[in-house]
Write a protein that binds this ligand. Structure first.
Ligand code: PLP
Length: 390
């Protein structure tokens, strides 16, 4: 193992609970809590854009946060847009895209996606008379072979919307060949990196996507969202904004006043990840995850969904226990102070593809930087007990 758990940096796990609910939202890291609180206690609370000191400090905070987020994702900070959450931002971007679509155009998504990267695009297509097509993943391996998307891409395609990682199965598809195929026909690519950003280094410049969205509350910051949009594309897209709002730059998509308190916390959380180094975060998490995955796979009566090995995935496991409803598994875990989610977790298309829609979906257990090998053993003991009874 490359390092030890950082549990001591997360007040939210000081009560002894094993918080495997990280894919739904992580606990905030100490520096992010402190930065949020320090901002609220400061004399700088104001709207940005004015001549007085507090207003200038607020503007500086947002600029600093764009820079730090740009460094974290290796992207031009001028493309960083802050917002309330991924879903709201994706509705905003897809609404702008909708105004550029024509009847017969195509938007291609995937069935591996969280619903927040499906429904907004469906509405955008409906409004424009365009087609919304979803590429299937392979339900037996939980993987998304790039060809499944590439073979749907043609000259009618305007946008391809992809999952950085599945929030349910952990699958992290190989995006680069799909992005290249999309660009070859002049299409744009939108990546939902909400379930990827907490676990792996993201290099937007190398990936070459046109927009990428993430939620800082999944990577140790406060509840909020951010989307990076290629700055040239951002100028072209017809943003829905009030007339006095900025005509250029990220302000076009930041409707109304941003949540400056949260932005202070986002900046600190991004700095935390830069200091920790995403490759080290990934190495630690995968080392803790390996016994969880292999342990679940070895228990009789347990079915694990998604990629079998550690490659091409994030440390999120989805499973069922024969004869026990996922909700009952989650309830039994809660009685032992272990937090997991059950059901579809908004991965509606994934659960339907697995034929589990009417069967309670799956149990989902995901890692974060504050979980350690003892937490994994606690979870496995409950699964063994439930599997032995069933
Ligand atoms: C992969 C993925 N995409 C999108 C979302 C929606 O994010 P938000 O809550 O920021 O709207 C989630 C939330 O769980 C998610 O896991």
């Amino acid at each position: 193992m490359t390092s030890t758990s950082l549990r001591h940096r997360f007040p939210g796990v000081s009560d002894g609970w094993a918080r495997f609910d990280a894919p739904a939202g992580t606990q905030m890291v100490d520096v992010s809590i402190e930065a949020t609180s320090a901002w609220m206690q400061s004399t700088s609370l104001a709207c940005s854009g004015g001549w007085f000191e507090a207003s200038q400090a607020t503007g500086d905070l947002v600029g600093r946060a764009r820079d730090t987020v740009g460094r974290l994702f290796h992207a031009d900070p001028a493309g960083v847009v802050f917002g309330p959450n991924m879903t709201t931002l994706t509705f905003a971007v897809s609404r702008a895209v909708s105004a550029t679509l024509r009847p017969g155009d195509r938007v291609i998504g995937t069935r591996l996606d969280h619903e927040a990267n499906v429904s907004p695009w469906r509405y955008a297509c409906q409004a424009a008379g365009a087609d919304h097509v979803l590429a299937p993943f392979d339900p037996t391996t939980g993987t998304l072979p790039p060809e499944h998307v590439i073979e749907l891409i043609d000259e009618r395609t305007r946008w391809v919307t992809l999952p950085g990682a599945s929030n349910l199965l952990g699958t992290a598809p190989d995006l680069r060949p799909i992005i290249d195929a999309a660009h070859a026909v002049g299409a744009r690519v939108y990546v939902d990196a909400v379930a990827l950003a907490p676990h792996q280094r993201i290099d937007i410049a190398a990936l070459g996507c046109d927009a990428l969205v993430t939620s800082p509350y999944k990577w140790y910051g406060p509840h909020s969202g951010l989307v990076w949009i290629d700055p040239d594309l951002m100028e072209e897209l017809p943003a829905f904004k009030v007339r006095p709002a900025p005509d250029h730059g990220p302000g076009r998509f930041e409707t109304g006043m941003p949540n400056f308190e949260a932005i202070a916390g986002v900046e600190a959380a991004a700095r935390f990840l830069l200091e920790e180094d995403m490759d080290r975060v990934a190495a630690y998490e995968m080392a803790v995850f390996e016994p969880l995955l292999s342990g679940l796979q070895s228990i009789r009566g347990v079915t694990v969904y998604g990629p079998r090995g550690l490659d091409g995935r994030t440390p999120t496991a989805a499973f069922r226990i024969d004869g026990v409803e996922p909700a009952d598994v989650a309830r039994a875990m809660a009685a032992d102070r272990i937090a997991v989610w059950d059901g579809h977790n908004y991965a509606v298309e994934v659960v339907e593809s697995l034929g589990l829609t009417d069967r309670g979906g799956v149990v989902r257990a995901g890692l974060a930087r504050y979980l350690d090998p003892d937490d994994v053993q606690r979870l496995l003991r409950v699964v063994e007990r439930l599997a032995a009874w069933s």
